[in-house]
Design a protein around this ligand. Structure first.
Ligand code: NAD
Ligand code: GLY
Length: 368
């Protein structure tokens, strides 16, 4: 599998008149040529959080045109702040600034900021422009692309939201230099996901390059991000609003969301929960006779190599999982729909898992 040579690469998310570019590179933040083409007008609101702002807010602002009317909003950090109340703060700030329909919101941060800012943009004056500037690996390979925006509800993750596409996704991979190792691992869960669901060759490449990725080796990182974005862009272009194939991007998420919600948002990182959830999905796929034991062991090995957990929380019983899984957005009527693996590199949506098989998995899956 070939890696990119140029330090700046561009892809397109093909959605007709709502198509947009994903630019990936180093040294992009602060480059005036980078942001300007995607601003709807002079009014610009940069939304970030208390962790990201000291590192990157000033640099991002250097890249805005001199005549822009710039406001900034720095929110508290954390998944627990991904609420309607936080989005309300963004709307308050926009209204207090007198921003109109030609304003542009810029989301500078990880998936929490990106999801909230996108949702704020979707609703403000019935929809304004926004740009994703993702600064975690997870947001660079997944959440910034595809227009899923929203917030959590105490009864379920990402339950309130909208599809609203950004005008551009601008990825400066230099920002990963300050990302904690645990967060890098969480992003690697989503990268592994693309290999498992859609690209066995990429999965094999990831197996051989995992140490380089964890060491932030630039060439390896650039290719992991680019290939992930390509795969996500293909899926989103084929099924923007998740009527079919897009649901495959949720491999591991039904189990993972149950873990996140049961533990209380923020205790487990989203990517950590997805890592464990993907192993649970692989184990269930083996129980259905689709994957071999060796496939499951390969899945466990790459998840472990990324620094992700292989066990579920000790305090989660079978009913704790099932109750949360029944709330999953993929379910139709009372049927539980799961993303499972027919083979490594080929995922399917399955709504006929016999309940005793799922329960047996939930009983047997290791806890810690
Ligand atoms: P996050 O936004 O909470 O960021 C993780 C942590 O890293 C935070 O503490 C953040 O402040 C910090 N951080 C961000 N960039 C940094 C940097 N460059 N250097 C140092 N610290 C930095 O979490 P995340 O993993 O980016 O995103 C998870 C969220 O994304 C979840 O809410 C999940 O539901 C959502 N998500 C959405 C989609 C989608 O399609 N919209 C897809 C996957 C995940
Ligand atoms: N992260 C799942 C999706 O964007 O559809």
């Amino acid at each position: 599998m070939s890696e990119p040579r140029a330090s700046r690469r561009s892809l397109q998310v093909a959605l007709g008149e709502r198509s947009y570019p994903i630019h990936i590179g180093t040294g992009l933040l602060g480059d005036p040529a980078w942001l300007a083409p995607y601003l709807a007008g002079r009014q610009v609101m940069v939304v970030t959080n208390e962790t990201v702002a000291p590192h990157y807010l000033a640099r991002l602002k250097q890249g805005l045109p001199g005549d822009a009317e710039v406001r900034e909003l720095v929110l508290p950090d954390g998944e627990a702040t991904k609420t309607l109340a936080s989005v309300g703060r963004i709307w308050d700030a926009l209204l207090e600034a007198g921003f109109n329909r030609r304003c542009t919101l810029i989301a500078l941060g990880g998936g929490v900021i990106g999801d909230m800012v996108g949702f704020a943009a979707a609703c403000y004056q019935r929809g304004v422009a926004f740009i994703q500037v993702p600064t975690t690996l997870l947001s660079q390979v997944d959440s910034s692309v595809g227009g899923k925006t929203g917030v959590n509800h105490p009864l379920g993750k990402n339950m309130i939201g909208a599809f609203w596409q950004p005008r551009a996704v601008l990825i400066d991979t230099d920002t990963l230099q300050t990302l904690p190792a645990k967060e890098l691992s969480a992003g690697l869960a989503e990268v592994i996901k693309y290999g498992l669901i859609r690209d066995a060759e990429f999965l094999a490449w990831l197996e051989s390059e995992m140490a380089a990725l964890r060491a932030l080796e630039p060439q390896a990182l650039a290719w992991a991000i680019e290939r992930s974005c390509q795969l996500k862009a293909e899926v989103v272009a084929a099924d923007e609003t998740e009527q079919g194939v897009r649901a495959l991007l949720n491999l591991g998420h039904t189990f993972g969301h149950a873990i996140e919600a049961h533990q209380g948002y923020g205790k487990w990182l989203h990517g950590e929960a997805v890592g464990t959830g993907m192993l649970m999905a692989a184990e269930l796929s083996q129980r259905l006779g689709w994957l071999s034991r060796a496939d499951v062991e390969r899945t466990a090995a790459i998840i472990a190599a990324a620094g992700l957990p292989l066990t579920a929380p000790a305090d989660m019983g079978v009913e704790d999982f099932l109750a949360r899984m029944r709330l999953d957005k993929k379910n139709v009527d009372a049927r539980l729909r799961l993303v499972l693996l027919e083979a490594l590199g080929r995922a399917v949506i399955h709504d006929e898992t016999p309940p005793p098989l799922l329960e047996a998995l939930l009983v047997a899956f290791p806890r810690r």
